[in-house]
Design a protein around this ligand. Structure first.
Ligand code: CIR
Length: 254
């Protein structure tokens, strides 16, 4: 069960955020705010408290708060973003996390790690080796997990931005898989739900207690999740998609 979430209001500079899909156009700030508020309401509908951090105008991508920390039941790991324009975003999160955690660890240089590359499956954490997360960062997280009685392992990846760009663990052994993760050996024992290529963006869903939040506009993905017996809520994330961001990226959940 999650009880708490943390989100950060989008910056006015949102349109300057990193994107691999400039063809989708620039995000509209006002529309992003409306979508962000709806996202907060949807989290609350799942029974969690939401701490809303003020926008940090220094960082266009700061609303993707998932990337600056990994929140486990025993400790929080403050990360070290791998994208140059996001370095420093992690500094303010330590003070916020102190309200919720006695034990806070930090990824140290030359390690880099972004929370979007970390997928929690019970007490095991899969860590994607992406362009943002390097081996040193992953090893530091695994060492910390072991120290607190948990485990971690790395996942090689070549195409996606983050591990959770193409994977979402929905509990009950159910795993959404897309793109390069569809046939990965390490995930073969999960009850896998394959996301069709045309709906690839919808692989980034989040299970929050009794609901799965799914991006709006992906009917096949929604139908497959409902067919697995799960309750679905949807959120329109069109403006965040323009910056390669999805539902998981917009919150820390613990
Ligand atoms: C970035 O490239 O860092 C942002 N534009 C998107 C971050 C998405 N975060 C995530 O998948 N956890």
């Amino acid at each position: 069960m999650f009880t708490q979430t943390i989100v950060r209001t989008p910056s006015r500079t949102l349109a300057e955020g990193i994107t691999s899909a400039p063809d989708l156009g620039k995000p509209d700030y006002e529309k992003a705010l409306v979508q962000h508020n709806a996202y907060i309401d949807t989290l609350k509908a799942c029974g969690v408290a939401v701490e809303v951090l003020a926008a940090d105008e220094r960082y266009p991508d700061a609303c993707f708060v998932e990337d600056v920390a990994v929140c486990t039941p025993a400790f929080a790991m403050v990360t070290s973003p791998g994208a140059p324009t996001r370095m420093g975003e992690e500094e303010v999160i330590t003070g916020v996390l102190k309200k919720y955690y006695n034990a806070i660890e930090h990824i140290q240089a030359p390690g880099t790690l972004e929370g979007g590359d970390v997928m929690m499956v019970g007490h095991h954490y899969y860590i994607g080796l992406s362009e943002r997360t390097n081996r040193a960062g992953a090893d530091q997280l695994i060492a910390a997990l072991v120290k607190y009685g948990m485990t971690g392992s790395v996942v090689e990846m070549n195409e996606m931005l983050h591990l959770k760009t193409g994977l979402a663990y929905l509990e009950d052994n159910i795993l959404l898989v897309a793109g390069e993760f569809t046939d990965k050996a390490e995930f073969k024992d999960f009850r896998r739900i394959e996301i069709p290529e045309a709906e690839g963006y919808a692989a980034n869903c989040i299970r929050v207690n009794d609901h799965v939040i799914v991006p709006e506009g992906y009917p096949e993905t929604r139908a497959k999740i409902e067919a697995a017996g799960l309750n679905v809520l949807t959120c329109d994330t069109s403006e965040f998609k323009k910056l390669d961001g999805g539902l998981s990226c917009l919150s820390l959940r613990f």
